[in-house]
Design a protein around this ligand. Sequence first.
Ligand SMILES: [Fe+2]
Ligand SMILES: [Fe+2]
Length: 259
Amino acid sequence: MLMQLREVTLDGPAITAEEIHEGRDISADELARTPREYQELMIRVLIGHAQGEAFVLNDDVYAKWAAEAPTAQKRFTVLRTIEEELMHARESWKLLRQIRHLVDIDGLVPYQPSTREGFQHATPTWGEHAALCALTDRVGCFQQEEQLDCSYQPYAEAIRTAYFPFEKRHAGRGRHWLQELCETDAGRQEAQSAVDVWWPRALDMFGRADSTRQHRFIYYRLKERTNEARRQAYIEVVGAELVELGLTVPDPLKDRKFL
Ligand SMILES: [Fe+2]
Ligand SMILES: [Fe+2]
């Protein structure tokens, strides 16, 4: 990930880590006056969106189902999701351009193969597409619900208006499609196989339990819970929903890569 912070002359007093920790919110204009560590954490998040959301254009994931979903209505819905994910990418580009006096984004490209577990596997069946949306977009929801009032104001505003409402819809679409599949025995089997594959990938997306960076995010009020606390909350809530659909929740440790 490319991140080149520029040396800038401060146009006011420096804002300390303690001030942010204790409740001081930060505007785009003020970001240059915050600690480098805070700038880097926030810019890392923005670059993640700016480069990562376009993975929906991969031809073996969303783009495949935009063409091959079983009905025209479903193809339309998949296309809508693609459009909304690209809007998420554009939103981050906008937030990065606001601070380009501080960060050099000239070398940044809108598409980079992602290292995130949920963004690098094909979805060979419709059931897997449904599970991908139901489970991995839901991971995004668990993260973003903690950021609705995070300390960096432009991002908090974007979470409230551009990201969170749409990730909830994406996850809802996936859940609806899983529910539809579960109406027949063959469909339920397809849904179960898909959930078996995507459950560990979704759980991995929360990150390692012993990550050191997570504590800095929490300190600066950019996140609220540790990776493991967020993952356990997800297992409890989303696991119960799968059971409601008549599905079995896979062992949370099976096939996991990032513990
Ligand atoms: Fe998104
Ligand atoms: Fe999404």
